[in-house]
Design a protein around this ligand. Structure first.
Ligand SMILES: Cc1ncc(C[n+]2csc(CCOP(=O)(O)OP(=O)(O)O)c2C)c(N)n1
Ligand SMILES: [Mg+2]
Length: 325
């Protein structure tokens, strides 16, 4: 299914917001203003936006350590995101979680996760809850090629396939897990092929082509809502940056490979596609959209900087739940 021009413009806005957010987060991290670590999603924007554009508000997603893009694509608030990266009390986790732990239950973003493969069973639990609720909700698990080698991936796919849970398993195959090439750890190159072991569809898409991602996600969502069970979608993509933005982070990837993937940038691809549709985007409109996004990111940074750090006496707040029973 092809998105309408209006939907495509919204997808472009979201992808460029992720791009500009990540550029700014990287810069501010290198300047020492952001604590912890930043894993940039630059280059992979079409996956988060393509999938989340196929969802409804009540659908739920679970993210990874590289999670800013998923949050933005699902509609997270940029002020609270940036404040969390800055470790401020106005952030999503009151400044105590940082980049890898943003969650917003109100928009169906059940959380990023620093544990590789840790989010997959959480998403599967959300899928089970959606099935039990019977309101037609679906759950999406985003994870990397590295995570697909974790036991939690196989356990989750098995139970989701057996119980026909309304799920999308979205593998962001960027060909590396930290410094290890997937070729060194995957017996078979295509993660999607593993779906056959669980008798569910395993789809491979060009993860830098947002129309292809959206199309695959739309089909999988319809299947899930119809009670036919989960789909594994493998998006072939690439991160432009090193594994983290730490200045000391190793870079085992050949420079020519990185440069080659930059030519497959998903954002200009969508810009060109929109321009080719008579009257759907002009250079001026695109420049204006980018200016607005940059201004929005700057105001999120200003909000973060104007917010206070959490107080030491708040360190143990929100650690325990009374359960309400
Ligand atoms: C259980 C666990 N093992 C190892 C790590 C360290 N680690 C963090 S990210 C990462 C690589 C993950 O690769 P992949 O799943 O492909 O995601 P990508 O970073 O490529 O998006 C590793 C090994 C971790 N956080 N958790
Ligand atoms: Mg990877």
């Amino acid at each position: 299914m092809q998105p309408s021009p209006e939907q495509q413009r919204e997808m472009l806005r979201l992808m460029q917001t992720i791009r500009r957010f990540e550029e700014r987060a990287t810069q501010d991290y290198l300047d020492g203003d952001i604590y912890g670590v930043v894993h940039s999603y630059i280059g992979e924007e079409a996956v988060a936006v393509g999938v989340c554009s196929a969802l409804e508000e009540g659908d739920q997603i679970v993210s990874t350590h590289r999670g800013h893009g998923h949050c933005i694509a699902k509609g997270a608030d940029l002020d609270r995101m940036m404040a969390e990266l800055y470790g401020r009390e106005t952030g999503y986790c009151k400044g105590k979680g940082g980049s890898m732990h943003i969650a917003d239950f109100d928009i169906g973003m059940l959380g990023a996760n620093g544990i590789v493969g840790g989010g997959i069973p959480i998403a599967t639990g959300a899928g089970l809850a959606a099935q039990m609720d019977g309101k037609g909700r679906v759950a999406v698990s985003f994870f990397g090629d590295g995570a697909s080698n974790a036991g939690s991936f196989h356990e989750s796919l098995n139970i989701a396939a057996t119980w026909k849970l309304p799920m999308l398993y979205v593998c962001e195959n960027n060909r590396y897990a930290a410094n290890t090439a997937a070729a060194e750890t995957h017996a078979r190159e295509d993660v999607a092929a593993r779906a056959h072991g669980y008798d569910i569809p395993g789809i491979i898409v060009d993860g830098n082509d947002i129309a292809a991602v959206y199309d695959a996600a739309t089909t999988a969502v319809a299947r899930a809502r119809a009670g036919e069970g989960p789909t594994l979608i493998e998006c072939k993509t690439y991160r432009w940056g090193r594994h983290t933005e730490r200045p000391t982070q190793a870079e085992p990837r050949p420079a020519a490979e990185v440069e080659e993937w930059k030519t497959r940038d998903p954002i200009p691809r969508l810009v060109e596609a929109l321009k080719a549709q008579q009257g759907q985007l002009t250079d001026e409109e695109w420049e204006e959209m980018d200016r607005e996004i940059l201004a929005r990111i700057s105001s999120a940074v200003a909000y973060a900087k104007a917010s206070a750090f959490p107080k030491p006496e708040a360190a143990l707040d929100d650690v325990f739940s009374t359960g309400g029973a």
